[in-house]
Structures are given as C-alpha cells and as structure tokens.
Ligand binder design. Structure first.
Ligand code: NAP
Length: 319
C-alpha cells in the first residue's frame, strides 16, 4: 500500500475513503500550512501527498528534497494551486492535480454574499445593532447601494467568474462586463472588454475571479482603483496576491472607491489593521468553499486523482 500524507484535517468521509486505498498519515492541523522545509521532508517521506492552501511546495522545497524525493503526486485539495510551483514539480517528475468545478457554486455564493453585504452595509449594520447603537428605523438611515440593475465587472470569466455573472444577471438583473485573458463566449448576455481599466471604469461592482500566481500578481493595482467610479465596490474572492493590497487600502481611505468585500488576503491569515478598521469593508476568513458537502466533494476529487494514479490511469484533473 502506498503511503499518503494528508496535510490538514479533512472531513471524516474523505479520511475513511483515503484509508481504504492508502497507508494514511494525517497532519493534525486545522489551518497551519507546511513550510518549504516541511514540504521537502514530506516529499522525501511519502509516496503521495494531498496538500492544500498554505502548503509551500515552492521551487526551494523541491530543491531541498533533491535526489531523495520520493513523492509522485501532489493531489491538491482546492482549485487554486498557486502555493505549488508546478514547473518545479514537473521538472522533479511530480504530478499535480486540483479540484475544479467542485468549488464553483459555493465560491460564487460567497461573492454574492460579499456584494450584498458590502453594498447594503449588512455587516456594518449588524455591528451597530450588536453594540446597542440602533435606536429605531429611519428613512435616511444607513443608506447603501441598490444592487438590482447595476453593472458588474468580472475580472477572469472562468468557471467561478461565469457562475457569479450568471447569478448577477439572472438573479439581480445586472449588466455584465468582463475582462479575461482569452476571448470567451458566455451563455448569458455579457460584454468582453479588452482593457482591464475599462472594465473597472464601466462597473458599479467589480469582482476578481482570476487564479493567483506569477501571471496575475498585483494585476489589480492603483491605476485600476483610480479608474473605478467613486461609488464603486470592489470584491475579491480569488487570491490576495492578485491585488496590490496597500493600493486598495489607499483607494478606500482616499474615497477613490466606496467599499470592498474580501474573502482573501495577500498574507493570510494576516489582515491589515487598516482594513479591519474601515466600516465600508466586509471581511471574511476565506470562506469561499466552506460548506461540508463542498469540502467532501473537493476531498473526493483529490482522492480520485490519487486512486487513478494508483491504478495506472491518467490523473483526471491534472494541471
Ligand atoms: P478557471 O475556470 O481556470 O478561471 C480562471 C479565469 O481567469 C479563466 O477564464 C482565465 O482565462 C482567466 N485568467 C487567467 N489569467 C488571467 C489573466 N492574467 N488576465 C485575465 N484573465 C485571466 O478557475 P476557477 O475555477 O474559476 O477559479 C478561479 C480562482 O478562484 C482559483 O484559481 C482560486 O485561486 C480562486 N478560488 C478561491 C476560492 C475561495 O475560497 N475564495 C475558492 C475557489 C477558487 P482563460 O480563459 O484565458 O484561461
């Protein structure tokens, strides 16, 4: 039986399935990821690894593992794999897979949560109420942005971007504009604009849904925020490194944009105090896929890739 390291606590159903196929070791950690040195050790010790967000399978980790590398597959739990240096993995002969599709609807739902919560000042209102500072309904009290009929700008019209746009169009009667690396046809009315700042300028609400990593690092910079409407709301459910976080903070502080809704941060779990102090910012602790059935589907998909490898088949979700 091949040895498998699962780098974080997973749902019980996934662990039971894993034990039917592999000699399983579970790292009893809820959230702390592997350092590059720990990732190197793991790759020297186990045949297979099921890693996730925050596990630093960097070029340095592969270098440290060197000729002692034993691991054959990194079956990532999650669609985003910017914590794995895929080129270094390929060079070392390690296969990598991810969990596309299993996360799409749940992450789109969190984007809608952030849009609605930020535009309609929901978390701010709840803080007011919980602090005992609500003294009754009033016609001009806590007025936010009406969401229905506005224009949403999607940055990265992939699986999640399309699921968000679909919800915005059919659920909220919104116009959809988008920016995407390649030309994209959509099953709903949407206008592709080949200029990132153009999308930011046209939209009332901008949602980022591109993958993280070197290609998109700080794609959303100060110039992008300067292009937005002063009434604009910025939402990021993708990865923190896609956004120049200090530039976002300045744009919020200077009133260049009206608010932000964030599920991801540049240096998780660190969230800058400046963001935490602003009432017009909704902050979630990376909840995109946080529902048991979604996490079970992600775990099953990661395991299916490991089982395929074990049975000599191609990885169904190879990256
Ligand atoms: P996907 O289907 O691969 O979509 C990514 C889209 O981004 C594609 O349409 C791609 O364009 C576009 N893109 C890539 N690089 C670009 C660039 N430089 N400029 C413009 N567009 C670019 O991925 P997905 O399943 O929608 O997931 C997207 C990301 O969401 C994941 O990688 C992950 O980091 C993040 N995520 C976050 C959570 C959370 O918990 N908050 C949960 C799930 C996923 P092409 O058409 O040219 O390929």
């Amino acid at each position: 039986m091949k040895t498998l390291l699962i780098t974080r606590l997973l749902p019980e159903a996934n662990i039971a399935t894993a034990r039917q196929h592999f000699d399983v070791t579970i790292r009893e950690e809820e959230s702390a990821g592997l350092t590059p040195a720990e990732a190197a050790d793991a790759m020297k010790t186990y045949d297979l690894i099921l890693p996730t967000l925050g596990d630093a399978f960097t070029a340095e980790a592969f270098e440290m593992a060197g000729a002692d590398l034993r691991c054959k597959v990194l079956a990532n739990f999650g669609v985003g794999y910017n914590h794995i240096d895929v080129d270094a993995a390929k060079a070392a002969g390690v296969l990598v897979s991810n969990t596309p599709g299993a996360v799409t609807d749940a992450t789109a739902d969190i984007a809608m949560t952030l849009i609605l919560s930020t535009c309609r000042r929901a978390s701010e209102g709840e803080r007011v109420l919980r602090a005992g500072n609500w003294h009754g309904w009033g016609p001009t009290q806590m007025l936010g942005m009406h969401v229905t009929g506005k224009t949403v700008g999607i940055i990265g019209m992939g699986r999640i971007g399309q699921a968000i746009a679909h919800r915005c169009h059919y659920g909220f009667g919104m116009d959809v504009v988008f920016y995407n690396r390649s030309a994209k046809e959509t099953a709903f009315p949407a206008r592709q604009i080949d200029d990132l700042a153009g999308v930011m300028a046209a939209a009332d609400i901008v949602v980022v849904a591109v993958p993280g990593g070197a290609e998109t690092n700080k794609l959303i910079n100060g110039d992008c925020f300067a292009a937005m409407k002063p009434s604009g709301v910025f939402v990021n459910i993708a990865r923190g490194d896609v956004v120049d976080e200090p530039a976002l903070i300045s744009a919020l502080q200077d009133g260049q944009i009206a608010g932000a809704g964030l599920d991801v941060y540049a240096q998780e779990p660190f969230v800058p105090l400046a963001l935490r102090e602003m009432d017009n910012v909704t902050l979630l602790p990376h909840l995109g896929t946080a529902a048991l059935e979604v996490r079970e589907d992600m775990g099953q998909m990661a395991l299916d890739n490991l089982i395929a490898f074990e049975e000599g088949r191609d990885l169904p979700q190879a990256v």
